[in-house]
Design a protein around this ligand. Sequence first.
Ligand code: G3I
Length: 405
Amino acid sequence: MHPSATAHPPTPAPTPALVMMKLIKKLVLTIVCCLLLSAGTKPNEPTLKEAFAGKFLIGAAITISQVLGVDASAAEIVKKQFNAIVPENCMKSIYLQPKEGVFHFDEADKFVAFGEINNLWITGHCLIWHSQTPAWFFRDKNGNDVSREVLIERMRNHIKTVVSRYKGRIKGWDVVNEAITDDGSWRQSKFYKIIGEDFIPLAFQFAHEADPDAELYYNDYSTAIAAKCKSIVNLVKAIRGKNLRIDAVGMQGHLSMDFPAIADFERSLLAFSASGVKVMITELDLTVLPLPQHFAGADVSAKFDFKNKLNPYSNGLPKDIELKQQKRYVAFFKLFLKHQDKISRVTLWGVTDNNSWRNNWPISGRTDYALLFDRNFQPKPIVNKIIQLTKQSSASPPTMHGAQR
Ligand code: G3I
């Protein structure tokens, strides 16, 4: 007999209740661990907005369903993870002023209230854009183009009515959106054709008159293209040369797996910063889907036919593509952190993959995976990777337009 067998009395057999308690404890622990792992987060990790505090604002474009609480799970992500919002659609002129002099502010009011209640930096998007402007804006009663004077007056009235309504509440405005094409020439929009290039400084002037404290931005896509970048820099200089306010250039971050090259993106970022304004990464997302031909950017008018072979991940994203996407997201966030002293805000163009515009552009009805949160409202592993990056990067000194505002 083993000596210890005589030294200690035998342990009493555990009662069924005790066994059950232990089992439940084990089960709860396992479930919590699984949930945390599947959500891509680790216990005690900061949220995105906590991780980027002192560096730049981190925001998301939101929909009216999120504002109204219909898409409540996505709204919760916004409140928890982000500290800035921009309306994906409800402030475009086609929605705000569908008929001359008839303004619909219902949704925009609710969007702004959502931002205020949740203590978020609110950006207005967008005052003047060639797209989503109602047709009446450019036409007289006979259906002909209006005169330069009439169009300027319509611009003034639209901007004044919208900006003054949210004076002091909306902190910054995308004043002019996408006025320059990829080759660096002026976009031949109705605004340009009727008014000439003056429509841009005029828009900045009207916005400033309506709210002198609001920050004012020029926002465009594919800004990494050298010719486009050069024209935007010239535009910024022209606006500043007229002593008009412009605070930042928004580099829309509609990325794909091979466009743009990071070095080109960085070159443009530095050029905008050197022109005397802040840089914002607006509209960030990263598509994993094939494009129909050599095609990039975010021209909303582009449309191609649906084909199954152009929708390869409708049943899930293969691991190798997921890792490739993570790598590219990480590389871009490394760049943003490297230049955090020049960047005031990074904004994702949407919250979850469920309702990213990427599912419908430039081909309708595809399954894309362009954002940081998945279709089950969970952070992807990339969220944690980005948060880890912030720990390696040193905080920049406080700046006028940094996240300290
Ligand atoms: O709300 C209507 C709905 O009533 C209707 O049944 C449905 C049928 O098509 O359309 C709905 O409107 C759509 C709207 O999004 C809201 O979902 C429009 O058709 C659709 O054109 C619109 O697309 C938006 C696009 O801008 C044009 O305004 C995208 O959601 C939005 O992500 C996209 O955002 C732009 C930025 O403003 C500027 N930079 C490029 C970026 C991506 O294109």
